[in-house]
Design a protein around this ligand. Structure first.
Ligand SMILES: Cc1cc2nc3c(=O)[nH]c(=O)nc-3n(C[C@H](O)[C@H](O)[C@H](O)COP(=O)(O)O)c2cc1C
Length: 168
């Protein structure tokens, strides 16, 4: 899929069919995550693509939307606030690093014809516990991964004129 088609096709999808994800797609998505830039190239993350039913059930008990467990896989973006690069005043950039890598996953999935939905609206301590993740690691975002079976929600975007200024 052409890059700008990927950008326009990608939407948050909140309905999934159970069909399995082809292995070649999984490998290309894993590579896309790994190619994401990160500050000082620290790559302070580990991503999990979870197909194990018991593990998925633990995640689904924390984020209780049925469509999450309808998908054959759940992606966990797990970041390390200690090993990531820090700004000069000491602020960690882990949220930026993770967001870029997560969006690589999302866009690669779109290019594979798969659907995703960024999810952050969960109790983070409970999600960390469900995933067996302990400090300095934390589950910063999750997403279902699979073939969608619903249309995306109707949304409107601001005009690019409002959000982007081209200063010549
Ligand atoms: C950081 C982040 C967190 C989000 N968390 C959730 C969430 O917890 N649950 C959910 O259904 N959608 C979540 N979304 C999806 C947004 O609602 C969605 O991206 C936005 O409404 C725009 O729609 P679109 O992705 O279809 O273009 C999240 C998106 C982002 C970027």
């Amino acid at each position: 899929m052409e890059f700008y088609d990927v950008i326009t096709t990608r939407r948050s999808i909140r309905g999934y069919q159970a069909d399995p994800i082809p292995e070649a797609s999984l490998q290309r998505i894993a590579n896309a995550i790994n190619l994401a830039p990160s500050a000082c190239n620290r790559q302070p993350w580990r991503f999990e693509i979870v197909m194990n039913p018991e593990y998925r059930a633990r995640i689904g008990a924390v984020y209780r939307q049925p469509w999450l467990l309808d998908a054959p896989a759940i992606v966990l973006a797990i970041g390390n606030r200690d090993t990531c690069w820090k700004r000069l005043e000491g602020t960690p950039v882990i949220d930026i690093d993770i967001a870029i890598a997560m969006e690589h996953m999302v866009l690669a999935a779109t290019a594979e014809g798969l659907a995703t939905c960024w999810i952050c609206a969960y109790d983070q301590a409970r999600m960390n516990a469900a995933a067996g993740v302990t400090a300095p690691w934390e589950v910063l975002a999750i997403s279902p991964l699979g073939y969608g079976n619903v249309a995306p929600a109707a949304i409107a975007r601001k005009s690019p004129d409002e959000t982007v200024t081209i200063i010549r």
